[in-house]
Design a protein around this ligand. Structure first.
Ligand code: ADP
Ligand code: ZN
Ligand code: ZN
Length: 741
């Protein structure tokens, strides 16, 4: 016997509950996950539609009480069925409940009432209507007369329904009379809330592609026309004109009558981006982002489903736009960490996009100046087609990058955060009225310890990631739990200048203001961008040269083009380089390249200064030479040596609990269980260890991780772990989350 799990009404967001139904024998071969079926529901057995979200061959319920599916209503090729199957894949790949997966692919849960406007239209010729008006005015029907008179005197013979009610005293009775006499009719139009107003955007013709763009474009079209259409990776330096190539690809797909999803990291989703796409595709474009109201978001999904919109631009979640004829998914800045969800299910939009595209026969284009290790590896192995844009559009030179060794500054007695080189450069630029951006990256910064004399960083001997400084001076590895005490002097050179790295944007502003009293400085970090619109306001103010220096966190790396910015300073490249994460070098290379890429985007030549204690580190070297290949090779060697992704696969198991002792015990048993099933499966188990942030909102947090050559085996281990936890009451109060690769 076969049973189907069914959710009754996806549109109303009733995803929390699913119901079991028996699949009758004659439907056994036709019921599949994602289909719509009709079932008897509730006490009255009213017929309702439901979606099949799972099929199994046993049930825990009393079989005699399980109702039967009545019929199958749809094929499994509807938008909903594709998305449900995508949810099943998300559940299996990233580890979560079916409910969480469904909520991910159907993100707009609340049905918002469409904004409706109703008009009353005159339906009779003016002359007979005028005669009737005369009659009415003689009688006692003043309200009827008033409405009719207003209709006749309106130039379009049209009244707004609610105006008529409010100002003319039109009651439903009056309206009924007018309709019965054939004088008037009500028409309603649904008005969608539009985040983009196409009529406000000046339309623009496609630009003529430069030779490099042309070659990239025709290469991609060639791939699409070929037999095995692979995903495409555009590796294009900053300012090479990737967006122009995207737009012409989009045009091709629209001409085929298909639809396009354009994913961008939320932070770069500025008004400027919207303008750029809007000016090319007008009202066919819409956007989704966290700043839209719930109603606006809902409307964008409805319009996409109706086919009113054919290009949807948005962050990660826009991937689930319910297009019925999806032809292309573009993922700009594909290396951005924001593409990975930080809450369960921790899906990666890159892999999920590939999966959705595969299911619906759509194509995928990734683009970046600094591709992720994963994507570049796939491209080199021929799984993706690699397309390069090696030069900036218009032959503009790439910025010249200089590296400053901060150890030398200390030797020369300079203990400020501004090296002598950077000071000189700033002075020069400010004198001639150009602008500078200073960049202090604190994201992922977890209190590493380093020597200011020789640059030595305290690292875990087993995992080769930085140790983090904890209360009481303990240094802890957040992968394996290795601990050591804070050294009094540098184990490399004996210098007493070893300690935590302290730096904040606020202190930096003070130092710089003191050094350049005349300069106008703007600061941009999470403190100054808390209120709505402040992010845009700061950028706009800087763009209109109301300040000379913009100092900020990684937020300033993206966004507007500032033609007057000719200098970019990276105050402490080591902050992200020494984060306790195996991807810290990759993130740093990306940030340095992107930040340097902000300089010289106008007509003036730009330069960048990178300050570091580790000038000989391969990341800093490759970034200063702006050599992606060089970085990739060195980084891949490190990943392979330690079996970190993409050379191997990793599964993190995070545990959180209010009771520290219970958590420690739970993680201990879990680790023992996992070691038991992992042995002989070529997977190693490391940890448990306290997380980088070991307590959040009174929840203690620990993590263990598994490394292995086969992703499939790790997922198999995760499935068995899920079962172990489900049947083991000891885990009732421990919240377990999974994070794959
Ligand atoms: P990327 O996204 O690769 O960093 P952009 O797409 O922002 O680069 O392009 C950089 C600049 O060059 C933009 O100002 C863009 O308008 C301009 N540009 C790109 N391609 C062309 C082209 N074919 N013709 C004219 N201008 C172009
Ligand atoms: Zn030292
Ligand atoms: Zn370790």
């Amino acid at each position: 016997m076969i049973f189907a799990e069914i959710v009754i009404d996806i549109d109303a967001g009733e995803l929390d509950r699913s119901f079991s139904y028996r699949v009758p024998e004659h439907l056994e071969n036709s019921v599949r996950v994602g289909m719509t079926v009709t079932v008897p529901f509730g006490r009255g057995n009213r017929e309702r539609h439901g979606y099949v979200i799972g099929i199994r061959d046993k049930t825990d319920l009393d079989e005699s009480r399980i109702k039967e599916i009545l019929s199958v209503d749809s094929s499994d090729e509807t938008t909903e069925s594709h998305l449900i199957r995508l949810a099943v894949w998300i559940r299996e790949t990233y580890g979560c409940t079916m409910n969480q997966a469904l909520r991910t692919v159907f993100p707009v849960r609340e049905k918002m009432k469409a904004r409706e406007t109703r008009q009353i239209l005159l339906k009779m010729d003016e002359e007979p209507a005028g005669r009737l008006l005369g009659k009415l005015e003689k009688g006692r029907s003043t309200a009827r007369a008033r409405v009719l008179k207003a209709l006749l005197s309106d130039p379009d013979h049209m009244l707004d329904y609610s105006d008529a009610r409010k100002h003319l005293g039109m009651t439903p009775d009056v309206l009924r009379y007018l309709e019965k006499e054939g004088l008037a009719a009500v028409e309603s139009t649904e008005q969608y809330r539009l985040p983009v107003r196409p009529e406000e955007i000046p339309q623009e013709e496609p630009k003529e592609l430069n030779p490099e763009q042309k070659e990239a474009f025709s290469g991609i079209i060639g791939e699409w026309r070929g037999e095995s259409c692979r995903p495409v990776l555009i590796h294009g330096v900053t300012g090479s004109g990737k967006t122009e190539v995207y737009m012409q690809l989009i045009q091709e797909v629209l001409d085929e009558g298909k639809q396009v999803i354009v994913l961008i990291p939320e932070i770069s989703l500025t008004y400027q981006t919207v303008l750029r796409f809007g000016s090319r595709f007008g009202g066919r474009v819409s956007i989704l982002n966290s700043r839209l109201s719930a109603g606006e978001r809902y409307d964008q999904f409805v319009r996409a489903k109706n086919g009113d919109v054919s290009v949807m631009i948005g962050p990660r979640s826009a991937l689930f736009t319910p297009f019925t004829k999806l032809g292309l998914i573009i993922m700009d800045e594909e290396h951005e960490p924001a593409y990975k969800s930080e809450s369960t299910p921790r899906y990666h939009a890159r892999e999920t996009a590939l999966k959705r595209a595969e299911m619906e026969g759509a194509r995928v284009v990734f683009g970046s100046a600094t591709p992720s290790m994963e994507s570049y590896r796939n491209a080199l192995e021929g799984k993706y087609r690699l397309v390069r844009l090696a030069g900036r559009h218009g032959g503009r030179p790439m910025p010249a990058v200089r590296v400053v060794d901060l150890r030398e500054e200390l030797k020369a007695g300079n203990r400020t955060i501004l090296s002598r080189t950077l000071q000189e450069e700033m002075e020069k630029r400010l004198r001639i009225g150009e602008q500078a951006m200073l960049f202090l990256n604190r994201r992922g910064y977890a209190g590493f310890v380093s020597c200011r004399s020789c640059g030595h960083v305290m690292k875990c001997p087993h995992c080769d990631v930085s140790l983090s400084q904890h209360m009481g001076g303990r240094l802890i590895c957040h992968y394996c739990g290795f601990q050591t005490s804070m050294p009094e002097s540098c184990p490399e050179c004996g210098s007493p200048y070893i300690g935590g790295f302290k730096a904040g944007t606020q202190q930096a502003v003070q130092v710089i203001q003191k050094r350049f009293p005349e300069a106008r400085i703007l600061r941009m970090d999470s403190d100054t961008t808390r209120t709505k619109g402040s992010y845009e306001a700061i950028l706009k103010s800087f763009a209109s040269h109301e300040a000379d220096i913009l100092i900020g966190t990684q937020m300033i790396v993206k966004g507007h083009d500032f033609p007057l910015v000719t200098l970019v300073g990276i105050l402490a490249a080591d902050l992200s380089l020494n984060a306790s994460d195996f991807r810290s070098a990759e993130r740093t290379f990306q940030l340095l390249t992107q930040a340097a890429g902000r300089a010289g985007r106008g007509n003036r030549v730009g330069s960048a200064v990178i300050q570091t204690y580790l000038p000989e580190h391969y990341t800093i070297r490759a970034a200063s030479e702006q050599d992606y290949e060089q970085f990739y090779r060195a980084e891949m060697a490190y990943r392979s040596f330690l079996s970190y992704p993409p050379a191997g696969h990793m599964l993190f198991i995070h545990g959180a609990c209010r009771d520290e002792e219970l958590l420690t015990k739970g993680m201990f048993y879990l680790a023992r269980f996992v070691r038991g099933i992992a042995s002989g499966k070529s997977a190693s188990v490391i940890g448990p260890a306290p997380e980088a942030v070991s307590k959040v909102k009174d929840m203690y947090r620990q993590v263990m991780y598994l490394k292995g050559d086969s992703g499939g085996r790790l997922l198999e281990i995760r499935r068995r772990t899920e079962e172990y936890i489900a049947i083991n009451p000891g885990f009732k109060d421990i919240y377990i989350q999974y994070d794959y690769n």
